[in-house]
Design a protein around this ligand. Structure first.
Ligand code: PNS
Length: 169
């Protein structure tokens, strides 16, 4: 059985990595797919190409994981690719309501099933938006995000200037 792990990944965190690593043990193959929207271009810290490069580097050690991108409805991607199951991570109860709504919508729109994997509690407080914010103030994000993601964040804010940060990712 194949799975898709969709998200913004702006950038990938250790919470994402935890969910992905565990999904890769359950499913034959997992595609990490950066969902992008032309209208949201410029709202992310990293470009689509940067996010894909970070993901490729940080998942290179996982043999049954590949990286992809798609602009459009997730259900269309799932149907076009014949990809199987959607995997989403849950960190805390606060994630649940939003995720439940999306899972129901995706099942209604495209009869696609969603499987939730609980991120380890040590990552419950980690999010892409917090990693971006901390990195923007030159804080230490080395324990929150995987190596390529950390390097990209440090480089992005290397000039000491706080960049454009979109909250909520
Ligand atoms: O990492 P995120 O931002 O929580 O990921 C959310 C994402 C990208 C998986 C979700 O917004 C999505 O699937 N977007 C694609 C458009 C879509 O299918 N929308 C309908 C369900 S909300």
């Amino acid at each position: 059985m194949n799975a898709v792990f969709p998200g913004s990944f702006d950038p990938i965190t250790n919470g994402h990595m935890d969910v992905l690593t565990r999904a890769a043990k359950i499913f034959d193959h997992v595609t990490v797919t950066v969902m992008h929207n032309a209208r949201k271009q410029g709202k992310h810290l990293f470009t689509l190409e940067e996010r894909l490069a970070i993901l490729r580097a940080d998942t290179a050690h996982l043999p049954n994981v590949s990286v992809d991108s798609f602009g459009g409805l997730l259900v269309n991607y799932m149907q076009q690719q014949g990809k199987g199951i959607i995997v989403r991570g849950l960190r805390a109860v606060s994630d649940y309501e939003y995720e439940l709504q999306i899972a129901h919508l995706n099942r209604q729109l495209g009869e696609v099933e969603t499987v939730f994997i609980m991120a380890a509690t040590r990552w419950s407080y980690v999010s892409s938006s917090m990693a971006r914010e901390i990195a923007s103030y030159q804080g230490d994000i080395g324990s929150m995000v995987p190596p390529a993601s950390a390097a990209a964040l440090r480089l992005k804010f290397a000039d000491g200037q706080q960049g454009q940060i979109e909250r909520g990712g």
